[in-house]
Design a protein around this ligand. Sequence first.
Ligand SMILES: Nc1ncnc2c1ncn2[C@@H]1O[C@H](COP(=O)(O)OP(=O)(O)OP(=O)(O)O)[C@@H](O)[C@H]1O
Ligand SMILES: [Mg+2]
Length: 399
Amino acid sequence: MFFLSRRHIKKITAVLEEIAKGNLQQRIHVYSKGTLGRLAQAIDGVLSGLTSQINVLNKEAIKGKAILTSMVEGVIAIDKDARILSLNPTAEKIFTIRKQDAEGRLFLEVIRNNDISEIISRVLKSGEPLSSELNLILPVQKVFRINASAIFEDSAVAGCVLVIHDITQMRRLERVRSDFVANVSHELKTPLTSIKGFVETLLEGAIDDKKNNREFLRVIQEHTNRLENLINDLLDLASLEERGIALNTQEVNVRELADKVLAGFEGQLKKKEIEVGNELSGNLIIKADKDKIEQVWINFIDNAVKFNRPKGGIKIYAEETADNKIKFTVKDTGFGIPVKDIPRIFERFYRVDKARSRSLGGTGLGLSIVKHIIELHKGSVGVESVEGLGSEFSFILPK
Ligand SMILES: Nc1ncnc2c1ncn2[C@@H]1O[C@H](COP(=O)(O)OP(=O)(O)OP(=O)(O)O)[C@@H](O)[C@H]1O
Ligand SMILES: [Mg+2]
């Protein structure tokens, strides 16, 4: 016969109460050989088994949480009633919502997007995974790929998981690449078509037309030069875009370099009666790749001349920035640039007025070459402009 003493009952109850509070390290430790001892050992054994299983589960949960937290994709878990069960920090960022405000509420109440809500309903209904690309304005337009798959419990749909991937940058790069190919093809084709046409006309007899044949050859020459310039610019861009391109860094007297470039524009400056003020100090020496900085001056000055009005002005100057860098500016009194075009002006082939730029011999590659060169020097480019009044193109270089 075996009786549990009041003391033993008290001890077992106290331990079980501690365990219920979550203190799993508690044990009964009754070392008697009888039934009581075996009971205590059995309970202690169950507790040890439970503790180690809970530890394993905790570790798994921590791992899972770490993965979800560090994911670049947004993840949202939804229950079968389309309520948000949980979401990771990326999803909070994408939709500018807070976990504590979202969990437990209906998806559509938190994220007012009918397209995503529709995806959720379809997955919950069919249990089939769905993938879709959506344009969302949050508040800027972004492109997302959303993969939704069902969660099953006892072979019934118990909810779904949304994985949201921001593919805006990827789509933008694809567009830039296809625009580039289209632009290059177009720019190559235009002069080629003219050259071909004039060669055919000459071959068909115009070669003997003493009055016009030289003019036809002159046009062919002009388009050939255009093609050559374009190909040179494209090769420049390709080499600048190559990673790890080496700069031939040396001490450069920027004023002398600008004067040399200006001398090359003398004919055009005179013809348009443009006045130039080179206010750069003759003592200003920077460490840079001389040939590349010369290319920057050529592009900035070429634009300041081309897009200037007759009897206009150009001023070139330098100033120190608040963060101890040097800012070089070419200021003109030309057409200026409309506000809407300013953010894209340094893109390849971007021109405010394609026809006007082309008639002035440009292909819209000059400024993108400048941007690449300055960024290779760890600097930055900028522009300020007022339409109808003029523009200030600048580049900033570290000292
Ligand atoms: N100083 C400026 N004043 C007004 N518009 C300018 C000026 N500089 C550039 N732009 C505008 O920016 C566009 C892009 O300039 P960019 O130098 O890249 O091309 P481009 O001069 O037309 O051709 P390229 O430089 O390849 O000969 C120009 O077509 C023009 O519309
Ligand atoms: Mg240019």
